[in-house]
Unconditional design. Sequence first.
Length: 243
Amino acid sequence: HSHGLFLTERSLYIFVWKLTNSVEDGMDEAEEARLKKWLKLVQARAAGCTLLLVGTHRDMLKNPSEDHLRGILTKVKENCENYILSICPDENNRIEVRGTFAVSCKNRSCVGVPSVAKAGKKDGTIPDLLKYIGDCCLDACRSDRTFPQGAIPGRNVQLMHSVQALQSKGNQLVLPIKEYIHMANGFGIRNKELLQVTLLLHSWNCIYVFNKASTVEELKSNLYIFLQPQWLWHMVSAVFAYA
């Protein structure tokens, strides 16, 4: 129940499912229902993020051939993209599915759409998939709408360091929003830039802002920002577990 609180836009999400729960036209009904539940949640909380689908236990399939797997993976990707389109017609804010993969932890092989195999190799490996994930993250950083090419102004970095200095003391869980804004103003960060850097730090889990805003006035509706997101995760998790 608490997962939705911590989903952010500047993230790559990996949906892991079991290939033995597949049929000729993709996932079985139970796996597809589970996927749709998460897609709806991620789309609502982290619009425009990147998604990969990874099927495990490739070696346990009755027919683990590459052609058979690519057929399943292609259909899974197609079904996933069609569902995303149905819940979000706006292509600028839709989840982007960057690939579907079938892996075996037993022999560390990986078949994918697209293929991650090195030139001259038929099958890829799990390390090849990890490299592809890293490349996807780098692409997302370079194409960031607010900070193209990952270019973050120095004063924004200074604000982050100041926040981290407060965090390192370990005795302060929250910072009043007025003090946070005053700190940002001290570095010359105001108005739209203040909103942008706050959302950046939130997406990096450097701070946590409950009411994500589209204007500075909306940002001010937060009485506090949380300086210790990790503590907050544990507390929310414990509350839901107890409930």
